[in-house]
Design a protein around this ligand. Structure first.
Ligand code: SF4
Length: 66
């Protein structure tokens, strides 16, 4: 199973909370989003990708771990 690293750029995140509404892998900590699980298998990645898509400041990155 391919795994992916999910990260939130803390400098870019404006704490809008949009990612937390579409994916329960994100939580707000001190006004910034953080992934609960930083390593996500491919079959659980769908909502993380949705969160990445809707983030207004493109703070979320999803990269394949090789
Ligand atoms: Fe931060 Fe983007 Fe999530 Fe908004 S959607 S809380 S800016 S990571």
């Amino acid at each position: 199973m391919i795994k992916f690293k999910v990260e939130v750029n803390q400098n870019k995140c404006i704490g809008c909370g949009a990612c937390t509404t579409v994916c329960d892998n994100f939580k707000l900590v001190n006004g910034k989003s953080q992934p609960k699980q930083k390593v996500v298998p491919e079959n659980k990645l769908e909502c993380d990708l949705k969160a990445k898509q809707i983030c207004p400041v493109k703070a979320i990155s999803v990269t394949e771990i090789r």
